[in-house]
Design a protein around this ligand. Structure first.
Ligand code: DX5
Ligand code: ZN
Length: 224
């Protein structure tokens, strides 16, 4: 099995059976549960708030990867930390003081991630990359699941892989949006550590377990 982590995004789960769906992800070998928080301002949709994060926390011991697609994330991070988040990811486009947020998250002994929209150049993270635990390369424009993978994300992953390896930084690289068994091997080859997937896991016709295994197998096949 490859060591790429799979992070099912529960935005496409059956929310009426959320605890069961999360437990199935865990049993199938998912590493994180990815939680897409949308505020109706940074992106048009409104999805999940901290009470749902608390409920997921009760359902699983997996790492909760909180993706804050919200304006003024500095006002929200405390609630999501209290609710049980493990990795707190904020958009560099939304945060006026992303470095301060990273310091705050580290002050609570949690992992800090920074997300980059498809239209944002990699240089936007030059100063933050040495400090953070995760860089999230968005391979769709944030706001909805089920969109097509944007290929320029691959080049960004390759860039961050080179920078991280050359400098010995700790950050892991996560790819979010449009990930399928078809493009997962290319994300892995480019140097991704974590792949987020919503529709490929919850909306495909096979079971959650088969879909997670399908992603893992497609990556493993590339590596052998
Ligand atoms: C996009 C979210 C993603 C998305 C993934 O705004 O951050 O996590 O829901 O969905 P798929 O895998 O369907 O592109
Ligand atoms: Zn996400």
């Amino acid at each position: 099995m490859s060591n790429i982590k799979i992070a099912p995004s529960i935005v496409s789960a059956d929310l009426g059976r959320l605890a069961e769906e999360v437990r199935e992800c865990e049993a199938a070998g998912a590493s994180y549960i990815h939680i897409d928080v949308m505020d109706g301002r940074f992106v048009p949709a409104i999805t999940i708030g901290w009470p749902v994060v608390e409920a997921i926390r009760r359902a699983t011991d997996l790492t909760l990867d909180i993706h804050l697609m919200v304006v003024e994330p500095e006002k929200q991070i405390g609630r999501f930390i209290d609710a049980g988040g493990d990795i707190i990811n904020v958009h560099v486009e939304a945060a006026t003081h992303p470095h301060r947020i990273v310091q705050e998250v580290h002050g609570r002994d949690l992992r800090a991630g920074v997300c980059l929209n498809p239209g944002t150049p990699v240089t936007a993270l030059d100063s933050l990359l040495p400090e953070i635990d995760q860089v999230m390369v968005m391979s769709v424009n944030p706001g909805a699941s089920g969109q097509k993978f944007i290929e320029s994300a691959i080049g960004k992953v390759e860039h961050f892989r080179r920078e991280i390896d050359a400098n010995g930084y700790a950050a892991e690289i996560e790819v979010d949006g449009g990930v399928t068994a078809g493009n997962a091997p290319r994300c892995a080859a480019a140097g991704a550590d974590v792949l987020v997937a919503a529709s490929a896991i919850f909306n495909e016709r096979a079971s959650i377990t088969e879909n997670i295994r399908g992603l893992q197998d497609s990556i493993a096949a590339l590596k052998t």
